[in-house]
Design a protein around this ligand. Structure first.
Ligand code: COA
Ligand code: MG
Length: 300
C-alpha cells in the first residue's frame, strides 16, 4: 500500500522496560521486535548499583544511532541523590527520551527541560512523564500543558504499581475503580497532543489477562503499553496496531475525499454515513502509521 505522508508517526505499541543492570536482558534488546526500550535506572536497580547501571548504558548507547527502536532512559526520582548523575548520562548519550518517574507538578518537567536546554541538548531528546501518584493524576492537565509551545514533554506513561500502592486500590481484572483516573490522564494527554502509554501488567505468564488488558487500553485511547517481559511484545504489537477493518475504513475515507467533487466540501457521504474532514485527518494519521509499520517489516 502506498499513501502520501505529511508526517512520520513513531510507533509506540510496545515499550519494553529493561533493567539497566541486567546484562543478559540488555544483550537481548537488538533481537526483540518491540517499538521501543525503556532502559531503567529506577525501581529495577538496587541503590548500590546505580553507578554500575549508568556505565552499562553509557557503553551500549554511546553510538547515538541504535537499531530503529525508540530509546528511552528512565531516571531516578528528581528528589533522589541519583538524578543528577542520571541526567548527565542522558546528556552524554542523547536518547530519544528521558522518562521521569513520579511526576507531580509542572515544575518537575520544567526543571529537567531547563537543565537539558542549558546544556545545549538537542530538541530531539524529549521528556516523558510517569503518571503514577495521586497528586500527579490530579495535576495531569497542568503537567501536560508544559508540552505546549515547543516544550519537550511528549508522552505520559501510566504507572499502576505505584498508584495502587498509594491509593490502596487492589489489582482486579477490568481495572474498574482505576478507570476514571486513567481516563483523566487520557483526557489531559489528548488536550495537549501527547502520546499515551498504558501501565505494565505484572503477571507476565498470564497471556489471556495481558491480551484483555491491551484491548481495554486500546479502547481507552492508549497508543501502546509499557512491558516488563519479552513474552508480552507480540500481543502488544498486535493489539495496538491498526486493525484490518480500520485500515479499510481509512482508505475508503481518503479515497472519498480525494474525489474532485469533494474538493471544497467539509462533509460528504460514504456508504450512507456522514463523514467529515476531521475523519480524514484521523484516517491519514492511521495510514501513515500503517506505512511506517509496513516499511519496518520489509526492512527487517
Ligand atoms: N528485557 C529483556 N530480556 C528479558 C526481560 C526484559 N525485560 N525480562 C526477561 N528477559 C529475558 C531473561 O533475561 C531470560 O533470558 P535468559 O534465559 O537468557 O536469561 C528470558 O527473557 C526469559 O526470562 P524469564 O526466565 O521468563 O524471566 P526472569 O525470571 O529472568 O525475569 C523479571 C523476570 C520480571 C525479573 C524480568 O522480566 C524483568 O526484570 N523485567 C523488567 C522489570 C522492570 O523493568 N521493572 C521496572 C519497570 S515496572
Ligand atoms: Mg513507579
Amino acid at each position: 500500500m502506498s499513501h502520501a505522508l505529511s508526517f512520520m508517526p513513531r510507533p509506540c505499541r510496545s515499550l519494553l522496560s529493561v533493567p539497566a543492570i541486567n546484562q543478559r536482558a540488555l544483550d537481548k534488546v537488538p533481537h526483540l521486535d518491540c517499538d521501543g526500550v525503556i532502559f531503567d535506572l529506577e525501581d529495577s536497580v538496587f541503590p548500590e548499583r546505580k553507578a554500575e547501571a549508568r556505565e552499562a548504558l553509557r557503553e551500549r548507547l554511546c553510538d547515538h544511532t541504535g537499531d530503529g527502536k525508540t530509546r528511552i532512559i528512565r531516571i531516578n526520582d528528581l528528589s533522589s541523590p541519583f538524578a543528577a548523575a542520571d541526567l548527565d548520562l542522558v546528556l552524554a548519550v542523547q536518547p530519544d527520551a528521558v522518562l521521569l518517574p513520579k511526576v507531580e507538578r509542572p515544575d518537575d518537567i520544567l526543571s529537567v527541560q531547563e537543565r537539558l536546554d542549558a546544556a545545549g541538548c538537542p530538541k530531539t531528546v524529549a521528556i516523558w512523564a510517569m503518571m503514577e501518584t495521586a497528586r500527579g493524576i490530579l495535576e495531569a492537565g497542568a503537567i501536560a500543558a508544559t508540552g505546549d509551545r515547543a516544550g519537550r514533554l511528549q508522552a505520559f506513561v501510566i504507572g499502576l504499581n505505584d498508584l495502587r500502592k498509594q491509593t490502596r486500590v487492589p489489582p482486579r481484572p477490568g481495572r474498574t475503580f482505576l478507570v476514571p483516573w486513567l481516563m483523566q490522564v487520557v483526557l489531559a494527554a489528548r488536550a495537549h497532543g501527547l502520546c499515551l502509554i498504558d501501565s505494565v501488567f505484572n503477571d507476565f505468564r498470564d497471556a489471556d489477562g495481558f491480551e484483555a488488558e491491551c484491548r481495554q487500553g486500546r479502547e481507552m485511547g492508549f497508543d501502546g503499553k509499557m512491558l516488563i517481559h519479552p513474552a508480552q511484545i507480540e500481543a502488544a504489537n498486535r493489539a495496538f496496531a491498526p486493525a484490518p477493518e480500520e485500515i479499510a475504513e481509512a482508505l475508503a475515507i481518503a479515497a472519498a475525499f480525494a474525489r474532485p467533487e469533494a474538493e471544497n466540501l467539509n462533509v460528504i457521504t460514504l456508504d450512507g454515513r456522514m463523514i467529515e474532514r476531521l475523519h480524514l485527518e484521523e484516517a491519514e494519521k492511521l495510514l501513515a502509521l500503517v506505512q511506517v509499520l509496513e516499511n519496518r517489516k520489509t526492512s527487517a
